[in-house]
Ligand binder design. Structure first.
Ligand code: PEP
Ligand code: MG
Length: 325
């Protein structure tokens, strides 16, 4: 497998038999834009907007958000930039936002729950900035996704908010456009509902960090149970497979933006599972691109089928190591 010293591949890549796979970067701050482009990322698969809200006393206003997202699009003028709406709560505290003190924050008010609930003002400002950027130069490459979704109603409400912000901008005479919309698949509920989500949205992006946490009932931050936080557990792999399969035949692409996507040792498996896009820390982009080019889709599919038949984590490893079960 390729290491972190793989050569940079500027152009988009395809498997040996010609299936295009987008290899994008996860970006969590403005300083990461240039290095991601330098490593040959095909755009941004996860722009973590949280950084705009951290280490300060008050939330950024609409124009500051507009500028930050514009900078991301400018760094990748020909590539898609997927912006995730504010994903706070859980492990992501923002002192001035007055988030609730909860016994189980990972099971509490986080992500879209806050955006549709107590922090809907913030969400509105956020959406105004996003819809305005969508109408600007390179704005047609903007995509927006919602985190921590568990209910179809949440998606319907989020789309209603988008439409209502569009109406406001229209009546104010401000340029806007509605970007591609998607959700993160990072809860078992979203994975079980992937068919219904794919019907309503342009794309799904699997967040294996949280999906593993919620499938495995394991706190992703607790070192004592870190072994359980393993995306190669058969249950997590089946949740990924279920998600991709549910979107097949529907007009939605499926990506992965959890840590798993950036492991070059897993690229063949992920291609075999049918992912269209992989998004990762920029540092692993060259190695994953190299792996994509060396992958044959039919062999990858056979590998995925064999892995999905495994019942234990150990069996998965045996298959990945190319040994007999
Ligand atoms: C994920 O959950 O896999 C993900 C990409 O989001 P984050 O790690 O920011 O929660
Ligand atoms: Mg997550």
């Amino acid at each position: 497998a390729g290491g972190v010293d793989a050569p940079v591949v500027e152009e988009r890549v395809a498997t040996a038999d010609g299936k295009r796979i987008e290899v994008a970067a996860n970006v969590g701050g403005e300083a990461e834009l240039e290095p991601a482009a330098a490593r040959g990322a095909d755009g941004i698969g996860l722009f973590r907007t949280e950084f705009l809200f951290l280490d300060r006393e008050a939330p950024p206003d609409e124009s500051e958000q507009y500028e930050a997202i514009t900078a991301a699009l400018a760094a990748f003028p020909d590539d898609r930039v997927v912006v995730r709406t504010l994903d706070i709560g859980g492990d992501k505290a923002v002192p001035y936002l007055d988030l609730p003190d909860e016994t189980n924050p990972f099971l509490g008010q986080r992500g879209i729950r806050l955006s549709l609930g107590t922090h809907s003002d913030l969400f509105e400002t956020h959406l105004r900035a996003l819809l305005r950027v969508a109408a600007s130069e390179h704005g047609d490459e903007l995509a927006v996704m919602f985190p921590m979704v568990t209910q179809i109603e949440e998606v319907e409400s989020a789309i209603e908010r988008v439409e209502s912000v569009a109406d406001d901008l229209e009546s104010e005479g401000i340029d806007y456009a509605v970007p591609e919309l998607g959700v993160m698949i990072e809860t078992p509920a979203a994975s079980y509902l992937a068919d219904a989500l794919a019907e309503r949205l342009d794309f799904l992006s699997i967040g294996t960090n949280d999906l593993t946490q919620y499938v495995m009932a394991v706190d992703r931050e607790n070192d004592a149970v870190a072994d359980y936080h393993d995306p190669l557990h058969p249950a997590v792999l089946r949740a990924v497979d279920r998600t991709v399969s549910a979107a097949e035949g529907r007009d939605a692409w499926v990506g992965m933006c959890g840590e798993m996507a950036g492991d070059p040792d897993l690229t063949e498996l992920l291609v075999g599972l049918g992912l269209d896009e992989l998004s990762m820390s920029a540092v692993t982009v060259p190695a994953v691109k190299q792996q994509v080019q060396q992958t044959a889709t039919d062999t990858a599919r056979e590998l995925a089928a064999e892995v999905l038949a495994c019942e234990t984590r150990a069996e998965v490893q045996t298959v990945l190591d190319g040994e007999e079960k």
